[in-house]
Write a protein that binds this ligand. Structure first.
Ligand code: PRP
Length: 215
């Protein structure tokens, strides 16, 4: 029998993981290994000739861009920040949240002459947002718990992800402006889309049906 390379899907570890597995269950893939992965890094669905890998969001983009994975599931936030080279084929309409400008209640973007300091894990998204506002700001890159920055006086405000709003609320911060909606997306490597068109189109259609029915 001719050996056909498994179709490799890179999934984002963490918040999106469970929902992605639910989607794959619904389209009839075997997610047993994926659910009981232990320390294993490549998880197989032998029946359907599929391999899953679970990696950090930015790494999903890297694996898919280089063709080490054919397909990726990743948040629009990561796509907006990195903007690499692949096809974005489907909005999974899960993992919904927003990019927002937030700070302590006394913050006023339009007040004062000083260049405002904005902390974010997403400097490119932040730069683009303030560019559209025509506002010159200083961007401070933070790796996590960005909400701390205005509280400790490191920045005047933050650009961050708001999902339930609990983190902001519990730390006395408020949203000043909603910047854009975010949800999970399916991305495909450009060469894979040509070489394995039928398989990938079939998978996209099945996932699209599940998304439309509601997960
Ligand atoms: C994200 C984001 C906020 C929080 C928002 O952080 O940066 O801190 O989630 O969620 P909420 O509106 O439901 O409270 P994440 O948990 O990914 O970790 P991080 O702080 O290390 O970035």
């Amino acid at each position: 029998m001719e050996y056909i390379k498994p179709l490799r899907i890179a999934l984002t570890k963490g918040r999106l993981e469970k929902t992605a597995i639910q989607i794959f269950d619904k389209i009839g893939l075997d997610t047993e290994e994926l659910k009981n992965k232990g320390r294993k890094l490549v998880l197989c669905d032998k029946k359907n000739n599929i391999e899953f890998v679970l990696v950090k969001a930015v790494d999903v983009l890297t694996y898919v861009e280089h063709g080490a994975a054919d397909i990726g599931i990743v948040g629009k936030d990561t796509l907006m920040e990195a903007g690499k080279d692949f096809y974005e084929v489907l909005d999974l309409k899960v993992g919904k949240c927003k990019f927002a400008l937030a700070s302590i209640p006394s913050f006023n973007l339009r007040e004062g002459y000083n260049r405002k300091k904005i902390a974010s894990k997403y400097p490119n998204v932040t730069r683009e947002y303030f560019r559209t506002l025509g506002k010159d700001v200083e961007i401070i890159k933070i790796e996590g718990s960005v909400e701390l920055a205005p509280i400790l006086g490191l920045s005047d405000a933050i650009v961050d992800i708001v999902e339930t709003g609990t983190t902001l609320k519990e730390n006395g911060l408020i949203v000043f402006e909603e910047i854009s909606d975010i949800s999970a997306r399916m991305i495909v490597n450009r060469a894979s889309m040509k070489m394995r068109k039928d398989e990938i189109k079939d998978l996209i259609n099945k996932v699209q049906n599940v998304v439309e029915e509601g997960i």
